[in-house]
Write a new protein. Structure first.
Ligand code: 13P
Ligand code: SF4
Length: 308
């Protein structure tokens, strides 16, 4: 059956096929919090980048299906060289991850000899392999704090790097990358949302610009935001709308207001039910990483998991 033919099937039929193929193949579906709701409800686990990486090391499934963007599936493969890892849409990259190259990081290291490189997991395996340690938005502050010395090179998100610098007091040399979804938030978005929902606390993702983070009560990873959703009856949420759809489903009695309804990651939305059903039944697209690069990247990811 072609992908187009899967697209003609009903949601019920697609969901049944996904469940059946998952059982037959002893597969686990790991989904990021920004996935479309139909995919979220079929995932065995939902989480932020840190949780997905941890889950990838804990699972005994024979096949890992990563519903997210490429670097997440690649990280699962790096941590699980002996298991098959697939991603339903091979074009689902993260534009911020594409902003950093291993050659560029090596050049920066040469300019700053001995300065450790912390790379956000939103990077390619090649960039991870030339880094000392990885981090996610959930543990960036802890990791920057933990690495030796007062100066750190942070790749590729300038906003998350600036956030870690402000929390640790370290001198952070920033790569000039950004996320097109979070970098578009402006302070006026926070003021406008506060005007519409007086007294409601604001949480933003630390990929947002520093002047936006400074105006919010909280900065948190998407996993951290789910915890805040447990603790508050109302929240203004500055991140991709997929997370707010998850919050609404899991806490229907509460109220969550998007900081911007335009915060949509097109790359995360490339995975839908027809693609997931097709991917599981065809075991495509398989993620592979050359062994020499995988080993270097695994060292940086393993160090992150140890420090988390
Ligand atoms: P989290 O790890 O907070 O889920 O963030 C991932 C991401 O890509 C944010 O844009
Ligand atoms: Fe990348 Fe931003 Fe999309 Fe996250 S939301 S996957 S950082 S483009």
């Amino acid at each position: 059956m072609t992908l187009e033919e899967y697209g003609a099937l009903s949601t019920e039929e697609l969901s049944a096929r996904i469940r059946r193929a998952k059982d037959e193949k002893r597969a686990v579906i790991l989904g990021h919090n920004y996935q479309v709701p139909e995919v979220q409800v079929l995932a065995d686990y939902l989480g932020d980048s840190l949780r997905l990486a941890q889950l990838a090391t804990e699972t005994d499934a024979e096949l890992i299906v990563l519903c997210g963007v490429w670097f997440m599936a690649e990280s699962a493969k790096i941590l699980n060289p002996d298991r098959r890892v697939i991603i339903p849409s091979k074009d689902a990259g993260c534009p911020m991850a594409d902003m950093a190259t291993a050659e560029g990081v090596v050049r920066l290291k040469e300019q700053h000899p001995g300065v450790p490189v912390v790379s956000y997991v939103n990077t390619s395996a090649e960039v991870k392999a030339v880094s000392d340690v990885c981090c996610t938005s959930a543990n960036a502050v802890r990791i920057v704090e933990a690495v030796e010395g007062d100066t750190v090179i942070f790749v590729p998100d300038k906003n998350l790097g600036a956030y870690a610098a402000s929390k640790t007091g370290k001198n952070v040399i920033l790569w000039k990358g950004h996320c097109y979804v979070h970098n578009m938030f402006v302070p006026e978005d926070v003021e406008l949302a506060r005007g519409e929902h007086p007294g409601v606390p604001v949480v933003v993702h630390p990929e947002s610009p520093p002047d936006v983070v400074a105006r919010a009560e909280f900065a948190a990873s998407t996993g951290g935001m789910m915890k805040l959703a447990e603790e508050h009856d109302e929240l203004i949420v500055g991140t991709e709308i997929g997370l707010i759809e998850r919050m609404n489903r899991e806490f229907p009695e509460k109220r969550f207001y998007p900081l911007s309804a335009f915060a949509v990651c097109r790359n995360m939305k490339m995975t839908d039910l027809p693609r997931l059903a097709w991917a599981l039944e065809h075991e495509e697209y398989e993620v592979t990483v050359p062994e020499d690069i995988r080993q270097g990247a695994e060292r940086a990811l393993a160090r992150m998991l140890e420090l988390s």
